[in-house]
Design a protein around this ligand. Structure first.
Ligand code: PRP
Length: 220
């Protein structure tokens, strides 16, 4: 079988995996043994000429930019933070969340500017920096990889810039959102060269996904 006809798809571990795999399955893009906990690094469907790789969420744009994956599904927030040059094909509508700044309720300051020159803990230092720079605010950034909400609670930072989905994590940790930075949903992305070389298959995928999303209002 000619390997050149295969499409490699990068899917993120974590919250977006289930819906991404489910959506692709609806158009027959699936493979036996494709599940988030799989320890197999590449899961292949020979008949359909598909290869799936399951990567850390933040790494999906990297695999796609380098062409290790032809396409991928990932949140808009992660695309922007990565700064990777990928082609965004489709807004899939699910995985709705927003990136915001939050602070401990009991330490809230009157105005946003009152936080200038304080510490912000975040998984999204690029987005945070460009947001604060646009407000004319210089900040100190502490890059963390998870459980960001902990930082202001234990006094390591004054605030966080993080994702909110249901708001449960903020509530349970007595934090309050003070400003929204961006909204995000899951996107289908492609490597720019793959998109040209494998245009027919990738374009058919986009058309089929658009139909499914329109018909079913897929979990918006
Ligand atoms: C994300 C995010 C928040 C939480 C928000 O973390 O960083 O902590 O989800 O969701 P909520 O508004 O529904 O509570 P994730 O679960 O990805 O884990 P992490 O903290 O290890 O990054």
């Amino acid at each position: 079988m000619n390997e050149k006809n295969f499409i490699t798809i990068a899917l993120p571990k974590g919250k977006l995996f289930g819906l991404s795999a489910e959506l692709l399955k609806k158009i027959g893009w699936t493979a036996e043994g494709l599940h988030e906990k799989s320890r197999k690094l590449i899961i292949t469907n020979e008949a359909a000429q598909l290869k799936f790789i399951i990567t850390k969420t933040a790494d999906v744009p990297t695999y796609v930019e380098y062409g290790a994956a032809d396409i991928g599904i990932i949140g808009k927030d992660v695309i922007v933070e990565s700064g990777k040059d990928v082609y965004e094909l489709l807004d899939l509508g699910f995985g709705k969340c927003h990136l915001m700044m939050a602070v401990p309720k009991d330490k809230k300051r009157p105005r946003l500017e009152d936080y200038a020159h304080t510490r912000v803990a975040t998984k999204f230092p690029r987005i945070a920096e460009s947001f604060f720079a646009a407000q004319g605010m210089q900040m100190e950034y502490i890059k963390l990889n998870g459980s960001i909400e902990l930082a202001p609670i234990i006094g390591m930072s004054e605030s966080i810039v993080d994702i909110v989905e249901t708001g449960t994590t903020l509530r349970e940790n007595n934090l309050e959102e003070i400003v929204t930075i961006m909204n995000a949903t899951a996107r289908l992305i492609a490597n720019r060269v793959s998109y040209k070389l494998k245009f027919d298959r990738i374009n058919a995928l986009v058309n089929n996904l658009e139909k499914i999303l329109a018909q079913e209002n897929f979990l918006c």
